[in-house]
Design a protein around this ligand. Structure first.
Ligand code: F6R
Length: 544
């Protein structure tokens, strides 16, 4: 995910900016940049790739300006490139901005700005902010920012510099974190605490809708209507190394806890406020093309394949189209029945998995249109597919997929709902209920995560076993398959998932006293059936 840093004080800003960005590297990024301001103007340096590329460009090229902002970017709008890296500036170069989050109404804002003669240098949503401020600026950057806030929709954390006012940084938070660090004769800004720890431990956290004006000797905070807000400063006691994982023991845990936010980001702007319609801006299939689809072929590997199995369930039910799901490493060797009337859906977190990419190419070679569900903007899969639906999960650093899988389920649900909407295969109230349900997922994920203690104590009971079985029917079976994969990968405990009704056809022989069976029974239509399978294993004294 993107990172923001800012410095104003008595030392060359660049030193803190580079150090702070390095401390945020653990969040993952594809490009980075800094802007440093002194009485001569703003210097902007940006580079795609690792921070060392930026550092090489910075050396000898950045003045000793004592005000600056920096950014590590994880691409959302526009591929990773020097031009798309932040900071972004207006036409005059007077105003520079770094941004975390997504500006939902950027297309419409950009259109207006283009008509009014602004020139854009990047494909980002962020650049509209700099150009809007250029129009709004009348000698007071603070006032311009208050007006700006009424024009932006979406989530954003911003740090803004104006050449005409080199004694301040303006910071804004709306649904994306920002932290202010207080020093003596210097103040700091960062999107996450680790960037600050070596410089100050006195911090406060901005709340949604708050604006901070950082100067060398003071920091003022207001609400979005310029009314002063009093902040409580606290001392952080974190160990700097643990802090890079946001205080979590490891990245996988951190990423599990990032799910509610990842869900919100993946849903943002895709369901109408009244939950009646799905909009997938990135899917350019026409109504006629969607109506002409005769079959869907889903191809992916590992966890993404399991997400595909869930999608098959949903698509067949909602869109009434036959859906095949293939493991990508098998697909191209089995002479698949794919033709121009087939919609191929490839799923890949990284967008770089060789087998999935090969399957995508095979689908295209056979004349099919390919929709990709991926998490990495500008990845090979994203570039080669005809249409892309991004999962806005942010970087997944842990090897085991967690938030990428669950956001894939959301993206695929949206795709299934979209196809149903266009083909008219779901009654409007039913579609609307499904969409409204999708919107409740972030809160539901929070409720599950709040049960950590119960989950931990259950894990304690399972850990001594060598084999664990998962059972479920329908959608639950598809999810059970992902459960067993994750358990094997992470705990090295052998695990196996079975369609619950298959147990009696042989595997029941392995269910003996105390063997753990994790049963998934979340669907009303097969609930009783699954309960009877639970009775079968309980009769053999399994621990369910
Ligand atoms: C398991 C896991 C893998 C990946 C698989 C595909 O936890 O992460 O099974 O899902 O290697 O990777 P992507 O989605 O990047 O194509």
């Amino acid at each position: 995910m993107c990172g923001i840093v800012g410095y104003i004080g008595e030392k060359p800003a660049i030193d803190f900016l580079i150090d702070g960005l390095r401390k945020l590297e653990y969040r993952g990024y594809d490009s980075a940049g800094v802007a440093v301001l002194d009485h001569r103007g703003t210097q902007l340096v940006k580079s795609v790739g690792k921070l060392k590329n930026l550092q090489e460009k910075v050396e000898g090229n950045v003045n000793g300006g004592m005000v600056g902002i920096g950014h590590t970017r994880w691409a959302t709008h526009g591929r990773p490139s020097d031009a798309n890296a932040h900071p972004h500036s207006d036409c005059t170069g007077n105003i520079v901005v770094v941004h975390n989050g997504i500006i939902e109404n950027f297309l419409e804002l950009k259109e207006g700005l283009l008509q009014r003669g602004h020139r854009f240098e990047s494909e980002t949503d962020t650049e509209v902010i700099a150009h809007l401020l250029e129009e709004l600026y009348q000698g007071d950057i603070e006032q311009a920012v208050y007006v700006l806030l009424n024009k932006l929709q979406g989530s954003f954390a911003l740090a803004i510099l104006a050449r005409q006012e080199p004694d301040k940084i303006i910071a804004v938070r709306q649904d994306s974190p920002l932290i202010v660090g207080l020093g003596d004769g210097e103040n700091y800004l960062a999107s996450d605490i680790p960037a600050l720890l070596q410089h100050t431990r006195r911090i406060f956290i901005l709340n949604d809708g708050e604006v901070a004006i950082l100067e060398k000797e003071s920091v003022r905070v207001t609400d979005r209507d310029a009314r002063p807000v009093k902040k409580e400063v606290f001392a952080v006691k974190w160990d700097p190394v643990a802090a890079e994982k946001g205080g979590y023991e490891h990245f996988m845990l951190k990423e599990i806890y990032e799910q509610p936010k990842a869900f919100r980001d993946t849903l943002t702007g895709r369901i109408s406020p009244d939950s009646t319609r799905v909009t997938l801006d990135e899917v350019h299939l026409t109504v006629d093309q969607i109506r002409a689809i005769r079959k869907v072929a889903i191809v992916a590997c590992g966890t993404a394949y399991h997400a595909g199995l869930v999608a098959k369930n949903l698509m067949e039910k909602w869109v009434r189209l036959p859906v095949e799901v293939d493991v990508a490493s098998e697909f191209r060797y089995r002479d698949p029945l794919v033709d121009p009337e087939t919609l191929v859906v490839v799923i890949s977190q990284s967008g770089e998995t060789a087998d999935t990419l090969a399957a995508l190419r095979e689908g295209k070679r056979r004349g099919a249109r390919v929709v990709a569900v991926t998490n990495v903007v500008g990845s090979s899969v994203a570039r080669e597919a005809d249409d892309v639906i991004y999962t806005w999960a942010g970087p997944e650093i842990a090897v085991a997929s967690t938030k990428a899988y669950t956001t894939q389920l959301i993206a695929l649900s949206l795709l299934a709902a979209y196809l149903a909407q266009v083909r008219g295969t779901l009654e409007k109230p039913v579609l609307s209920r499904l969409l409204a349900e999708l919107k409740t997922l972030p809160a539901k994920a929070e409720a599950v995560l709040a049960q950590e203690d119960r989950i931990r104590s259950l894990a304690g009971r399972l850990v001594k076993h060598e084999d664990v079985f998962f059972i479920g029917r329908g959608l639950d079976f598809a999810v059970a398959l992902e459960g067993q994969l994750k358990l094997k990968e992470i705990s090295y405990i052998h695990a196996e998932a079975l369609a619950a009704g298959e147990l009696k056809h042989g595997t029941l022989a392995l269910i003996t006293k105390g063997v753990p069976v994790i049963a998934l029974a979340t669907q009303e239509s097969v609930f009783e059936k699954t309960v009877s399978n639970i009775r079968e294993v309980k009769a053999r004294d399994a621990f369910v």
